[in-house]
Design a protein around this ligand. Structure first.
Ligand code: PRX
Length: 632
């Protein structure tokens, strides 16, 4: 692949780290782990009973201790801004004191090591306090993005059997108040195992307090602020984070403590070249993995000061993000290609009217970044001074796996390429049979050795864990992504090779969408695929077969869309719905998704000899043609 390169770096040149990693990756990760605080040292650095790993076996540590107790208590941890303009500054000392109080409150409500606690909060500092309070006592937190619906919350709380839910009366999003407490009430109405709901006051709305409910203020303020951090086994689960896959409902990705902290702290330092004076700002919501690893844990473990913003970055207008950067003198910005595409469309004059000279490093995550968007980021935002790190990773990998690392080394950057794997991580691009493909050839990305941030398993489903990630290429982790390695060894991450969509960087399974669509009483079959979208990267298109005798109307369309919003959440809203009389299927009755994908991407549809009914293809093709006309 031909590409321009940009020789901008921060002058760091530490070749020793890479050399150490390639000579013995286990010893290398041990060395990184030693930079954390351990109450007791480990005996075995890695126990690898493929595909199950345990890092730093015998070692005792605690995530909240590493994030708070070891830091300078006077230093600002969070510069918080609410969507409505509220502002707060929270020091490490204040965060520690609140965390201890909440941890005591959780203990007094009967939460013990290993119990699950669901957190459904807006982006407020108390979300970080909640996470760290769980970590402090060894409770496993499971954060749910505050844009998910009651039905989605119910599924997750049911699966994790959380005893406590921490929520707020409401949260602000685009000027609206999302009634979080009311949504939680609906979600847990038949879940008797939920013992208590702790409710933070944020939005000043009227709520009904039930028997199970406690006010955050009462729970926290009435609890003592001394609480020793629990000395936890390195492999003690830290959190469950639900994410969509190719089949069924979202699965609970389970992460450990010691391995995860090692991976996050090392990558945070290498990627962001963090200095004591930096002001870091990651725009991700903590409901997603980026927010877990690089808002909640990474910056705190490294003692950084960060900006945390509650609302949409373009609310109340397209200047909000740049205003925040100017106000807090942000030095490091980590955001998504979707956000960048949106801001690029608003035009250069908006960012150009702000002082962005504090910026020194820019990052992106979550989806492929188009080279022209990369260049815009580099030129208009970074003024050709700031390296851009395109970081590839997944909920399952815990932390970054492929990225330029300006904190470690200076390399020529290629717009749209994630460059190289981080030290200690071994990836390959392979064909169907598992053989490495030639340079500049598309293949599947796999990971060949265990890494410290890797998931422990899927919550309660070891068999699924083995099947999803370790069965396609036995012994190797299958990422589900397409990639290309170019002649210089640079990796280009091309997006999902499986039935998972990335809409505005959010991961949505087609199977989950389809089962929501067919649960409508008028729909008999559904097939969903993604089409390219100028801003969101991908948009959802649904093909629906109505039941016999059902009249196809706009009302039906709206009903079906509403159903998806209620069952999954607004992020899963289909952009277009097409009613067809049949779906292209194989003779054995399986929907030929390969064909839908190919048509959506304008690719050749290939061999269709196993297709049962050719007429279905032409019907879908007509729908795509219509769509393309609409999109111009
Ligand atoms: O397809 C890849 C894409 O996001 C997927 C993982 O999604 P999720 O678990 O939600 O985590 C997102 C945040 C880490 C991957 O399988 N992806 C992530 N980062 C990139 C990317 N695709 C291209 N370039 C990236 N930098």
């Amino acid at each position: 692949m031909k590409s321009e390169t940009f020789d901008i770096g921060l002058g760091n040149n530490d070749s020793k780290t890479r050399a150490e990693a390639s000579s013995d990756y286990v010893m290398f990760w041990e060395k990184q782990a030693k930079k954390l605080h351990w109450f007791e040292p480990w005996q075995i650095p890695l126990e690898w009973n493929a595909p199950f790993s345990r890092w730093f076996v015998g070692g005792k540590t605690n995530a909240s201790y590493n994030a708070l107790d070891v830091q300078n208590k006077e230093k600002t941890a969070i510069l918080w801004e609410g969507e409505n303009g509220d502002r707060r500054t929270v020091s490490y000392g204040q965060l520690l004191s609140q965390t201890k109080r909440l941890a005591n409150a959780l203990k007094s409500l009967g939460i013990q090591k290993g119990d699950r606690v669901t957190i459904y909060l807006p982006m407020v500092p108390e979300l970080i306090t909640s996470i760290l309070a769980c970590a402090r006592i060894g409770a496993i937190h499971t954060v749910i993005f505050s844009g998910f619906s009651a039905a989605s919350i119910r599924d997750r709380v049911f699966d994790s059997k959380s005893k406590i839910i921490i929520t707020a009366d409401g949260g602000y999003r685009r000027g609206n108040t999302v009634k979080l407490k009311e949504i939680v009430d609906t979600a847990i109405q038949d879940l008797d195992f939920v013992k208590n709901v702790i409710v933070l006051k944020r939005a000043d709305i009227k709520i009904t307090m039930n028997k199970k409910d406690l006010h955050w203020g009462d729970a926290v303020e009435n609890s003592p602020d001394s609480c020793d951090a629990e000395r936890l086994e390195s492999s003690h689960p830290l959190f469950i984070l639900y994410t969509s896959g190719t089949t069924g409902k979202p699965k609970g990705v389970l992460h450990d403590t010691g391995g995860y902290l090692t991976h996050i702290s090392a990558t945070f330092r290498w990627a962001f070249d963090i200095k004591d004076s930096d002001v870091y700002y990651c725009t991700a919501d903590i409901g997603w993995v980026t927010g877990h690893s690089y808002v909640a844990y990474g910056p705190l473990i490294c003692g950084a000061t960060q900006v945390m913003y509650e609302g949409a970055p373009d609310y109340p207008g397209p200047a909000r993000l740049w205003e925040i950067i100017q106000r807090y003198k942000v030095t490091i910005l980590y955001t998504t290609p979707t956000a960048l595409r949106m801001f690029m469309k608003f035009g250069d004059s908006i960012p150009n009217s702000f002082d962005l000279s504090s910026l020194r490093l820019l990052g992106t995550v979550g989806e492929p970044i188009n080279p022209e968007v990369w260049k815009w980021y580099y030129t208009t935002i970074g003024k050709r001074r700031c390296p851009i790190i395109d970081t590839w990773w997944q909920t399952e990998t815990g932390g970054m796996m492929i990225s330029p690392l300006p904190g470690l080394e200076t390399i020529p950057l290629k717009p749209g390429s994630g460059s190289f794997p981080i030290p200690g991580v071994d990836v390959a691009v392979v064909d169907d049979a598992g053989a490495e493909v030639k340079p500049n050839t598309r293949g599947f990305l796999i990971i060949r050795k265990p890494w410290p941030g890797m998931l422990l398993t899927l919550w309660g489903d070891d068999a699924k864990y083995k099947e999803v990630y370790w069965s396609r290429y036995p012994g190797f982790y299958y990422t589900g992504d397409y990639a290309i390695r170019d002649g210089d060894g640079y990796l280009w991450l091309l997006g999902r090779a499986d039935d998972v969509l990335k809409v505005a960087g959010h991961r949505i399974g087609t199977a989950e969408l389809e089962s929501s669509l067919v649960s409508h009483h008028s729909i008999s079959e559904a097939a969903v695929c993604g089409v390219a979208d100028e801003i969101k990267g991908e948009a959802i298109i649904a093909f629906l077969v109505p039941k016999e005798g059902v009249a196809v109307t706009d009302v039906l369309k709206q009903e079906v869309i509403e159903q998806v919003r209620i069952q999954i959440g607004p992020i899963a809203t289909p952009q277009q719905i097409y009613f067809v009389s049949r779906l292209p299927k194989t003779r054995s009755g399986k929907i030929m998704r390969r064909l839908l994908k190919a048509m959506a991407r304008n690719e050749k549809i290939g061999d269709v000899s196993t297709l049962e009914d050719g007429a279905a293809v032409s019907e879908i093709q007509t729908a795509f043609d219509e769509l393309k006309k609409q999109l111009g």
